[in-house]
Design a protein. Sequence first.
Length: 51
Amino acid sequence: MERKLDDTMAAMVKLYANQAQGKLITQCLQLFGGYGYMHEYPIIRAYTSVP
């Protein structure tokens, strides 16, 4: 609302959020173990949709 966010900072925030999401999903996949790789569980669907 104050218009202090420029294009470069917005891109950096977007990149950080994407990387944090990928790290979290990877940790969740490891927590699920072998079940994490079965397509019946939502964790693998979340993992495969992350670029």
